[in-house]
Design a protein around this ligand. Structure first.
Ligand SMILES: Cc1ncc(COP(=O)(O)O)c(C=O)c1O
Length: 389
């Protein structure tokens, strides 16, 4: 079976190689906060170890964590999600895969909005599904609902949506959500709703859960979330899925044969941050907010690049099309991949090519890095652009 490796991790690996050679690489490649996890993660993990919580946890997730997630959804969205409608696993990524495995039969189609996160495409292929892509570039990175409807066929099983979006940072508004929800009802589809960045939304922007607008979707929405991004917990590998009981038990059954659930100690750490790390979360949020302002200001001053102002997540998706098919030091930059390779080799700046997100001609930079790193990296990007003729 052919599997494309994650392009974001590949950029990181190349940047890591150069760093290991002693080169002063600035990496905007990573999709993770640079902060250390909050103290509650360590306290809860330590206590779990001392209390000997080293046996198989329940596959579906430890009850205290599922209860905490249930309480969180009540507080945050006023949604009633019973602990039995929640399954915890080893990060949001496997929860998406397990959801797809539960709802996609071989040959079924899943509609995605491009630019789209790399792993969705490979995961759909891994469950023998087919990817149908609706391009949103011309409509401000929000889908045109007529195009989504045209993409639906009798083989469509699901619409998979990610808001706030990786890579664009766009947050879907109520009209778009209502429209997508109506299509899911009309064509009897699942709506897989990946809101892993839901707490990382800035300024006046607001994140809405589709069930707040359309409670009638409850039987067809699977929500994906986790602690990785909000609480700087990427290495602990804890994510979760919420949905109708039947689908959650299918996912749980699948998981019981695959991983037996997330690591016990890590689940306790996740419980710790969800219970006690509000202040740490706020601090990280403030840092992202000011990094976002910084990087957007620096990019706005660069000629002939454009980008949607990110409303959420921690990425800027930069249109570099005006710099393609031009020369850098006598070498033609034919596409975003060659642009990124030259940027890394010559200016030691790592960024991910848009092609990895089904959006060639763009560059994704992550601002989950310190402000001095942003300043230096953007100065190098500016130098690089100035030399392209
Ligand atoms: C859109 C999206 N969903 C899910 C994930 C995966 O999160 P986790 O690290 O919890 O597996 C990522 C991480 O990059 C992401 O960008």
């Amino acid at each position: 079976m052919a599997i494309e490796p994650s392009a974001t991790l590949a950029v990181d690996a190349k940047a890591g190689e150069l760093k290991a050679q002693g080169k002063d690489v600035i990496s905007f490649g990573a999709g993770e906060p640079d902060f250390v996890s909050p103290p509650a993660a360590f306290a809860y993990a330590r206590r779990a170890m001392e209390e000997g919580r080293t046996h198989y946890p329940p596959t579906q997730g430890i009850p205290a964590l599922r209860q905490e997630i249930s309480d969180y959804y009540k507080r945050r969205f006023d949604l009633t999600v019973e602990p039995g409608q929640i399954v915890v696993g080893c990060g949001a990524k496997p929860m998406i895969y397990e959801t797809l495995a539960a709802i996609v039969d071989p040959g079924d189609e899943v509609v995605l909005m491009a630019p789209t996160w790399v792993s969705y495409i490979e995961q759909i292929r891994l469950v023998d599904g087919k990817v149908t892509v609706v391009d949103t570039e011309k409509t401000g990175f929000v889908p045109d609902l007529r195009e989504v409807e045209q993409a639906i066929t009798p083989r469509t099983a699901a619409i998979l949506v990610n808001s706030p979006s990786n890579p664009t940072g766009v947050v879907y508004g109520a009209d778009t959500l209502r429209g997508l929800g109506a299509l899911a009802v009309k064509y009897d589809l699942w709506l897989v709703w990946d809101e892993i960045y839901e707490q990382l939304v800035y300024g006046e922007n607001r994140h809405i859960h589709p069930l707040q607008l359309m409670p009638e979707l409850a039987g067809r929405v699977v929500t994906i979330n986790g602690v990785s991004k909000t609480y700087a917990m990427t290495g602990w590998r804890v994510g979760y899925a919420l949905g109708p009981r039947e689908i959650i038990s299918k996912i749980n059954a699948f998981q019981s044969h695959l991983t037996s659930g997330a690591t016990s100690i890590a689940q306790w750490a996740a419980l710790g941050v969800m219970r006690e790390s509000e202040a740490d979360k706020q601090k990280m949020h403030e840092a992202f907010e000011s990094r976002r302002a910084l990087i957007c200001g620096l990019l706005a001053a660069m000629p002939r690049v454009s980008f949607p102002e990110p409303q959420g997540a921690f990425y800027v998706f930069i249109n570099i099309k005006d710099y393609l098919n031009k020369s850098y030091k006598g070498k033609l930059l034919n596409n975003d991949i060659e642009f990124c390779a030259a940027l890394l080799e010559e200016e030691l700046v790592a960024a991910v090519p848009g092609g990895a997100f089904f959006a060639p001609g763009y560059l994704r930079v992550s601002y989950a890095v310190a402000e001095d790193v942003i300043r230096e990296g953007m100065a190098r990007l500016g130098n690089f652009l100035a030399k392209i003729k």
